[in-house]
Design a protein around this ligand. Structure first.
Ligand code: SF4
Ligand code: SF4
Length: 385
Protein backbone atom coordinates (compact mmCIF):
# COMPACT_ATOMS: atom_id res chain seq x y z
CA UNK A 1 0.00 0.00 0.00
CA UNK A 2 1.59 3.30 -1.12
CA UNK A 3 0.39 5.90 1.36
CA UNK A 4 2.60 8.74 0.22
CA UNK A 5 0.81 11.98 -0.66
CA UNK A 6 2.61 15.21 -1.41
CA UNK A 7 0.80 18.44 -0.57
CA UNK A 8 2.03 21.82 -1.76
CA UNK A 9 0.68 25.35 -1.69
CA UNK A 10 -0.14 26.97 -5.01
CA UNK A 11 -1.86 30.35 -4.86
CA UNK A 12 -2.47 30.98 -8.53
CA UNK A 13 -2.74 28.98 -11.74
CA UNK A 14 0.13 31.02 -13.19
CA UNK A 15 2.32 29.13 -10.72
CA UNK A 16 0.82 25.71 -11.46
CA UNK A 17 3.96 24.40 -13.22
CA UNK A 18 6.12 25.31 -10.25
CA UNK A 19 3.66 23.76 -7.80
CA UNK A 20 3.24 20.55 -9.79
CA UNK A 21 7.00 20.11 -10.22
CA UNK A 22 7.37 20.53 -6.49
CA UNK A 23 4.55 18.06 -5.68
CA UNK A 24 5.95 15.43 -8.08
CA UNK A 25 9.47 16.20 -6.87
CA UNK A 26 8.45 15.28 -3.33
CA UNK A 27 7.34 11.88 -4.65
CA UNK A 28 10.72 11.25 -6.28
CA UNK A 29 10.61 13.49 -9.37
CA UNK A 30 9.23 13.23 -12.90
CA UNK A 31 12.07 10.98 -14.09
CA UNK A 32 10.92 8.32 -11.66
CA UNK A 33 7.55 8.12 -13.43
CA UNK A 34 8.12 9.20 -17.04
CA UNK A 35 10.62 7.50 -19.36
CA UNK A 36 11.49 8.40 -22.98
CA UNK A 37 9.19 6.74 -25.50
CA UNK A 38 6.38 6.13 -23.01
CA UNK A 39 2.76 6.63 -24.07
CA UNK A 40 1.35 8.86 -21.38
CA UNK A 41 -2.39 9.49 -21.24
CA UNK A 42 -3.58 12.46 -19.22
CA UNK A 43 -7.09 12.07 -17.85
CA UNK A 44 -8.39 15.47 -16.70
CA UNK A 45 -11.82 16.07 -15.20
CA UNK A 46 -13.86 17.58 -18.05
CA UNK A 47 -17.28 16.66 -16.70
CA UNK A 48 -19.05 18.97 -19.15
CA UNK A 49 -18.56 22.14 -21.16
CA UNK A 50 -17.58 24.54 -18.36
CA UNK A 51 -15.26 27.52 -18.45
CA UNK A 52 -12.06 27.20 -16.39
CA UNK A 53 -13.18 29.98 -14.04
CA UNK A 54 -16.28 27.95 -13.07
CA UNK A 55 -14.00 25.54 -11.15
CA UNK A 56 -15.91 22.47 -12.34
CA UNK A 57 -13.11 21.13 -14.55
CA UNK A 58 -9.34 20.71 -14.36
CA UNK A 59 -7.75 24.07 -15.03
CA UNK A 60 -5.97 24.27 -18.43
CA UNK A 61 -2.81 25.63 -16.80
CA UNK A 62 -2.58 22.51 -14.62
CA UNK A 63 -2.95 20.39 -17.74
CA UNK A 64 -0.34 22.41 -19.64
CA UNK A 65 2.15 22.14 -16.79
CA UNK A 66 1.88 18.35 -16.86
CA UNK A 67 2.09 18.21 -20.66
CA UNK A 68 5.31 20.24 -20.60
CA UNK A 69 6.90 18.12 -17.88
CA UNK A 70 6.05 14.86 -19.64
CA UNK A 71 7.01 16.04 -23.14
CA UNK A 72 10.39 17.28 -21.90
CA UNK A 73 11.14 13.70 -20.90
CA UNK A 74 10.56 12.31 -24.37
CA UNK A 75 7.18 10.68 -23.80
CA UNK A 76 4.14 11.14 -26.02
CA UNK A 77 1.04 12.74 -24.51
CA UNK A 78 -2.61 12.10 -25.29
CA UNK A 79 -5.47 13.84 -23.46
CA UNK A 80 -8.44 11.50 -23.02
CA UNK A 81 -11.79 11.93 -21.30
CA UNK A 82 -15.34 10.69 -21.68
CA UNK A 83 -17.45 13.59 -20.35
CA UNK A 84 -21.04 13.30 -19.13
CA UNK A 85 -23.63 12.61 -21.85
CA UNK A 86 -22.91 11.33 -25.35
CA UNK A 87 -19.39 10.29 -26.38
CA UNK A 88 -18.54 11.22 -29.94
CA UNK A 89 -16.03 13.43 -31.74
CA UNK A 90 -18.41 16.41 -31.95
CA UNK A 91 -19.18 16.31 -28.22
CA UNK A 92 -15.49 15.94 -27.38
CA UNK A 93 -14.59 18.93 -29.58
CA UNK A 94 -17.28 21.01 -27.83
CA UNK A 95 -16.07 20.03 -24.38
CA UNK A 96 -12.37 20.57 -25.20
CA UNK A 97 -13.24 24.02 -26.60
CA UNK A 98 -15.64 24.97 -23.82
CA UNK A 99 -13.22 23.98 -21.07
CA UNK A 100 -10.36 25.96 -22.62
CA UNK A 101 -8.39 22.80 -23.40
CA UNK A 102 -8.13 23.15 -27.19
CA UNK A 103 -6.54 26.58 -26.88
CA UNK A 104 -4.32 25.49 -24.02
CA UNK A 105 -2.72 22.54 -25.82
CA UNK A 106 -2.05 24.51 -29.02
CA UNK A 107 1.69 24.71 -29.53
CA UNK A 108 2.38 21.80 -27.16
CA UNK A 109 3.25 18.26 -28.26
CA UNK A 110 0.06 16.83 -26.77
CA UNK A 111 -2.80 15.43 -28.83
CA UNK A 112 -6.49 15.49 -27.99
CA UNK A 113 -8.25 12.15 -28.21
CA UNK A 114 -11.14 11.77 -30.68
CA UNK A 115 -11.10 7.96 -30.87
CA UNK A 116 -14.40 6.91 -29.27
CA UNK A 117 -13.79 3.16 -29.36
CA UNK A 118 -13.80 1.13 -26.17
CA UNK A 119 -13.21 -2.42 -24.97
CA UNK A 120 -14.97 -4.51 -22.34
CA UNK A 121 -12.28 -5.36 -19.79
CA UNK A 122 -12.61 -8.18 -17.28
CA UNK A 123 -11.80 -7.53 -13.62
CA UNK A 124 -12.35 -10.73 -11.67
CA UNK A 125 -11.18 -9.20 -8.40
CA UNK A 126 -14.08 -6.71 -8.54
CA UNK A 127 -16.40 -6.75 -5.53
CA UNK A 128 -19.38 -5.08 -7.21
CA UNK A 129 -18.58 -5.43 -10.93
CA UNK A 130 -16.38 -7.94 -12.73
CA UNK A 131 -15.95 -6.06 -16.00
CA UNK A 132 -16.03 -2.53 -17.37
CA UNK A 133 -16.27 -0.91 -20.80
CA UNK A 134 -13.16 1.30 -20.91
CA UNK A 135 -12.15 3.82 -23.58
CA UNK A 136 -9.28 2.48 -25.66
CA UNK A 137 -6.73 5.29 -25.17
CA UNK A 138 -6.62 4.46 -21.47
CA UNK A 139 -5.96 0.79 -22.26
CA UNK A 140 -3.10 1.69 -24.58
CA UNK A 141 -1.25 3.84 -22.03
CA UNK A 142 2.03 3.02 -20.29
CA UNK A 143 1.30 5.62 -17.63
CA UNK A 144 -1.95 7.43 -16.78
CA UNK A 145 -1.76 10.85 -15.19
CA UNK A 146 -5.09 11.62 -13.60
CA UNK A 147 -5.87 15.30 -12.97
CA UNK A 148 -8.95 15.38 -10.73
CA UNK A 149 -10.55 18.57 -9.46
CA UNK A 150 -11.21 18.89 -5.74
CA UNK A 151 -15.00 19.22 -5.54
CA UNK A 152 -18.08 18.24 -3.63
CA UNK A 153 -20.60 15.99 -5.37
CA UNK A 154 -24.35 15.79 -4.88
CA UNK A 155 -24.51 12.01 -5.18
CA UNK A 156 -21.16 10.80 -3.83
CA UNK A 157 -20.48 13.77 -1.48
CA UNK A 158 -16.97 14.20 -2.87
CA UNK A 159 -15.38 13.80 -6.28
CA UNK A 160 -11.64 13.49 -6.47
CA UNK A 161 -9.03 11.07 -7.74
CA UNK A 162 -11.03 7.82 -7.56
CA UNK A 163 -14.23 9.28 -9.01
CA UNK A 164 -12.23 10.94 -11.82
CA UNK A 165 -11.80 7.47 -13.31
CA UNK A 166 -15.55 7.26 -13.97
CA UNK A 167 -14.65 9.31 -17.05
CA UNK A 168 -12.94 6.29 -18.64
CA UNK A 169 -16.38 4.71 -19.09
CA UNK A 170 -17.70 5.67 -22.54
CA UNK A 171 -20.66 8.07 -22.71
CA UNK A 172 -24.03 6.56 -22.01
CA UNK A 173 -22.51 3.45 -20.39
CA UNK A 174 -22.10 5.74 -17.39
CA UNK A 175 -25.86 6.23 -17.23
CA UNK A 176 -26.33 2.46 -17.41
CA UNK A 177 -24.07 2.01 -14.39
CA UNK A 178 -26.04 4.65 -12.47
CA UNK A 179 -29.22 2.79 -13.32
CA UNK A 180 -27.88 -0.65 -12.39
CA UNK A 181 -26.29 0.59 -9.15
CA UNK A 182 -28.87 3.03 -7.87
CA UNK A 183 -27.76 2.60 -4.26
CA UNK A 184 -25.01 5.11 -3.43
CA UNK A 185 -22.88 2.62 -1.54
CA UNK A 186 -23.00 0.07 -4.34
CA UNK A 187 -22.19 2.79 -6.85
CA UNK A 188 -19.18 3.93 -4.82
CA UNK A 189 -18.03 0.34 -4.38
CA UNK A 190 -18.14 0.05 -8.18
CA UNK A 191 -16.02 3.23 -8.46
CA UNK A 192 -13.39 1.63 -6.23
CA UNK A 193 -13.48 -1.53 -8.41
CA UNK A 194 -13.12 0.62 -11.51
CA UNK A 195 -10.17 2.54 -10.16
CA UNK A 196 -8.44 -0.72 -9.15
CA UNK A 197 -9.11 -2.13 -12.62
CA UNK A 198 -7.60 0.93 -14.39
CA UNK A 199 -4.73 1.04 -11.90
CA UNK A 200 -3.27 -2.15 -13.40
CA UNK A 201 -1.52 0.51 -15.49
CA UNK A 202 0.29 2.88 -13.09
CA UNK A 203 -1.77 5.97 -12.28
CA UNK A 204 -0.21 9.15 -10.94
CA UNK A 205 -2.93 11.41 -9.50
CA UNK A 206 -2.40 15.16 -9.26
CA UNK A 207 -5.33 16.93 -7.61
CA UNK A 208 -6.22 20.46 -8.72
CA UNK A 209 -7.23 22.11 -5.46
CA UNK A 210 -5.99 25.60 -6.31
CA UNK A 211 -9.63 26.61 -6.68
CA UNK A 212 -11.99 23.86 -5.60
CA UNK A 213 -15.75 23.66 -5.60
CA UNK A 214 -17.94 23.62 -2.48
CA UNK A 215 -21.71 23.34 -2.03
CA UNK A 216 -23.71 21.66 -4.75
CA UNK A 217 -20.88 20.22 -6.84
CA UNK A 218 -19.74 18.84 -9.15
CA UNK A 219 -20.92 21.63 -11.49
CA UNK A 220 -23.41 23.84 -9.63
CA UNK A 221 -21.46 24.68 -6.50
CA UNK A 222 -19.39 27.74 -5.67
CA UNK A 223 -15.69 28.35 -6.16
CA UNK A 224 -13.53 28.01 -3.09
CA UNK A 225 -9.88 28.96 -3.08
CA UNK A 226 -7.93 26.22 -1.35
CA UNK A 227 -4.52 27.09 -2.83
CA UNK A 228 -3.28 23.49 -2.84
CA UNK A 229 -2.10 20.72 -5.12
CA UNK A 230 -1.84 17.11 -3.97
CA UNK A 231 -0.12 14.21 -5.71
CA UNK A 232 0.31 10.50 -5.14
CA UNK A 233 0.42 7.07 -6.75
CA UNK A 234 -2.47 5.86 -4.59
CA UNK A 235 -5.64 7.75 -5.55
CA UNK A 236 -7.42 6.51 -2.41
CA UNK A 237 -4.72 8.13 -0.28
CA UNK A 238 -4.92 11.37 -2.29
CA UNK A 239 -8.70 11.40 -1.71
CA UNK A 240 -8.34 10.65 2.00
CA UNK A 241 -5.95 13.60 2.40
CA UNK A 242 -8.19 15.88 0.31
CA UNK A 243 -11.29 14.93 2.30
CA UNK A 244 -9.44 15.65 5.51
CA UNK A 245 -8.63 19.14 4.23
CA UNK A 246 -12.25 19.92 3.36
CA UNK A 247 -13.40 18.47 6.66
CA UNK A 248 -15.12 15.26 5.60
CA UNK A 249 -14.63 12.24 7.84
CA UNK A 250 -13.70 9.04 5.92
CA UNK A 251 -17.12 7.60 6.89
CA UNK A 252 -18.90 10.44 5.11
CA UNK A 253 -17.44 9.62 1.70
CA UNK A 254 -18.34 6.16 0.47
CA UNK A 255 -15.40 5.75 -1.94
CA UNK A 256 -13.00 6.53 0.91
CA UNK A 257 -14.79 4.33 3.44
CA UNK A 258 -14.86 1.49 0.92
CA UNK A 259 -11.13 1.86 0.20
CA UNK A 260 -10.38 1.67 3.92
CA UNK A 261 -12.56 -1.43 4.33
CA UNK A 262 -10.63 -3.08 1.51
CA UNK A 263 -7.29 -2.26 3.12
CA UNK A 264 -6.28 0.18 0.39
CA UNK A 265 -5.67 3.08 2.80
CA UNK A 266 -5.30 3.52 6.56
CA UNK A 267 -8.26 4.50 8.70
CA UNK A 268 -7.40 8.18 8.95
CA UNK A 269 -5.46 10.85 7.08
CA UNK A 270 -3.13 11.23 10.08
CA UNK A 271 -1.74 7.77 9.27
CA UNK A 272 -0.83 8.73 5.69
CA UNK A 273 2.73 9.62 4.77
CA UNK A 274 2.18 13.28 3.95
CA UNK A 275 5.15 15.09 2.45
CA UNK A 276 5.25 18.86 2.11
CA UNK A 277 2.65 20.93 3.92
CA UNK A 278 1.25 19.93 7.29
CA UNK A 279 -2.36 19.10 6.33
CA UNK A 280 -3.59 19.82 9.85
CA UNK A 281 -2.90 23.49 9.14
CA UNK A 282 -4.90 23.36 5.90
CA UNK A 283 -8.26 22.10 7.21
CA UNK A 284 -11.18 24.25 6.05
CA UNK A 285 -13.83 23.83 8.73
CA UNK A 286 -16.53 25.77 6.92
CA UNK A 287 -16.24 24.02 3.54
CA UNK A 288 -19.83 23.83 2.31
CA UNK A 289 -21.20 20.33 1.67
CA UNK A 290 -23.89 19.58 -0.93
CA UNK A 291 -27.53 19.96 0.13
CA UNK A 292 -27.90 16.22 -0.43
CA UNK A 293 -25.11 15.41 2.01
CA UNK A 294 -26.99 14.03 4.90
CA UNK A 295 -26.75 10.35 5.47
CA UNK A 296 -29.52 9.36 7.78
CA UNK A 297 -28.59 5.75 7.31
CA UNK A 298 -25.16 6.20 8.74
CA UNK A 299 -26.39 8.31 11.61
CA UNK A 300 -29.16 5.93 12.51
CA UNK A 301 -27.22 2.74 11.61
CA UNK A 302 -30.21 1.24 9.85
CA UNK A 303 -30.06 -2.17 8.18
CA UNK A 304 -29.89 -2.09 4.35
CA UNK A 305 -33.55 -3.12 3.82
CA UNK A 306 -34.75 -0.19 5.93
CA UNK A 307 -32.18 2.08 4.26
CA UNK A 308 -33.92 2.08 0.89
CA UNK A 309 -37.27 2.83 2.53
CA UNK A 310 -35.78 5.79 4.40
CA UNK A 311 -33.92 7.08 1.34
CA UNK A 312 -37.07 6.84 -0.73
CA UNK A 313 -38.95 9.06 1.69
CA UNK A 314 -36.42 11.40 3.19
CA UNK A 315 -33.47 11.77 0.82
CA UNK A 316 -32.85 15.03 -1.00
CA UNK A 317 -34.31 15.23 -4.51
CA UNK A 318 -33.63 17.20 -7.68
CA UNK A 319 -35.90 20.21 -8.14
CA UNK A 320 -36.12 22.14 -11.39
CA UNK A 321 -36.15 25.91 -11.12
CA UNK A 322 -38.08 26.69 -14.31
CA UNK A 323 -37.10 30.34 -14.25
CA UNK A 324 -33.65 29.36 -15.51
CA UNK A 325 -34.65 26.45 -17.75
CA UNK A 326 -34.11 26.93 -21.48
CA UNK A 327 -35.70 23.60 -22.44
CA UNK A 328 -32.50 22.18 -23.94
CA UNK A 329 -33.45 18.63 -22.91
CA UNK A 330 -29.97 17.73 -21.65
CA UNK A 331 -31.42 16.44 -18.35
CA UNK A 332 -34.07 14.42 -20.22
CA UNK A 333 -31.46 12.75 -22.47
CA UNK A 334 -29.04 11.89 -19.66
CA UNK A 335 -31.38 10.69 -16.91
CA UNK A 336 -30.33 7.05 -16.34
CA UNK A 337 -33.78 5.59 -15.45
CA UNK A 338 -35.60 7.90 -17.91
CA UNK A 339 -37.42 9.59 -15.04
CA UNK A 340 -37.65 12.91 -16.92
CA UNK A 341 -40.23 13.70 -19.59
CA UNK A 342 -40.30 16.82 -21.74
CA UNK A 343 -43.77 18.37 -21.59
CA UNK A 344 -44.23 21.51 -23.71
CA UNK A 345 -40.41 21.86 -23.82
CA UNK A 346 -40.23 21.73 -20.03
CA UNK A 347 -38.64 18.81 -18.14
CA UNK A 348 -40.89 17.05 -15.62
CA UNK A 349 -39.44 14.58 -13.13
CA UNK A 350 -41.33 11.40 -12.22
CA UNK A 351 -40.38 11.12 -8.54
CA UNK A 352 -41.28 7.43 -8.40
CA UNK A 353 -38.70 6.64 -11.05
CA UNK A 354 -35.98 9.03 -9.84
CA UNK A 355 -32.97 7.24 -8.30
CA UNK A 356 -31.42 10.46 -6.90
CA UNK A 357 -28.22 10.14 -8.88
CA UNK A 358 -28.21 13.92 -9.59
CA UNK A 359 -26.87 13.40 -13.12
CA UNK A 360 -29.44 15.99 -14.24
CA UNK A 361 -28.15 18.52 -11.72
CA UNK A 362 -24.59 17.74 -12.81
CA UNK A 363 -25.22 18.16 -16.53
CA UNK A 364 -27.74 21.01 -16.68
CA UNK A 365 -25.86 23.76 -18.53
CA UNK A 366 -28.03 26.46 -16.87
CA UNK A 367 -27.39 25.22 -13.29
CA UNK A 368 -31.13 25.41 -12.81
CA UNK A 369 -31.66 22.02 -11.20
CA UNK A 370 -31.43 22.46 -7.46
CA UNK A 371 -31.29 20.00 -4.59
CA UNK A 372 -34.36 19.89 -2.40
CA UNK A 373 -34.17 18.53 1.11
CA UNK A 374 -37.22 16.95 2.72
CA UNK A 375 -38.64 18.60 5.84
CA UNK A 376 -37.54 15.57 7.87
CA UNK A 377 -34.03 15.78 6.46
CA UNK A 378 -33.83 19.50 7.33
CA UNK A 379 -35.24 18.96 10.82
CA UNK A 380 -32.85 16.11 11.59
CA UNK A 381 -29.90 18.13 10.39
CA UNK A 382 -30.87 21.03 12.67
CA UNK A 383 -31.09 18.71 15.66
CA UNK A 384 -27.81 16.95 14.88
CA UNK A 385 -25.95 20.21 14.39
S1 SF4 B 1 -30.88 20.57 -18.64
FE1 SF4 B 1 -31.47 22.33 -17.43
S2 SF4 B 1 -31.94 23.92 -18.93
FE2 SF4 B 1 -31.91 21.98 -20.03
S3 SF4 B 1 -34.05 21.27 -20.01
FE3 SF4 B 1 -33.07 20.37 -18.23
S4 SF4 B 1 -33.47 21.82 -16.56
FE4 SF4 B 1 -33.88 22.89 -18.45
S1 SF4 C 1 -34.29 12.90 -12.40
FE1 SF4 C 1 -32.13 13.47 -12.07
S2 SF4 C 1 -31.63 12.60 -10.08
FE2 SF4 C 1 -33.51 11.59 -10.76
S3 SF4 C 1 -32.79 9.75 -11.79
FE3 SF4 C 1 -33.01 11.32 -13.36
S4 SF4 C 1 -30.98 12.22 -13.53
FE4 SF4 C 1 -31.02 11.06 -11.61
Amino acid sequence: MDNKVSVVKCFTYDKAAEGIDKAVGLLGGWDKFVKPGMRVVIKPNLVSRKKPEEAATTHPQVLCAVIEAVSRRGASVLIAESPGGAYNAAVLAGVYNGCGITQAVEGTQAKLNYDCSFTEVGFHEGKTLKSFPIINPILNADLIISLPKLKTHAMTSFTGAVKNMFGVIPGTHKAELHFRLDDRRAFCSMLVDLYCCVNRTPVLSIMDGVVGMEGNGPTSGENRELDILLAGMNAHAVDLASCYIIDYTPEEVDTVREAYERGLIPESAEELEIIGEDIRSLVVKDYKKPESHFNLLRLLSLPPSVNSWVIERFAAKPLIDYSGCVGCGECFRDCPPKAIKMVDKRPVIDEDKCIKCFCCQELCPQKTIKIKRSWFNRAMLKILR
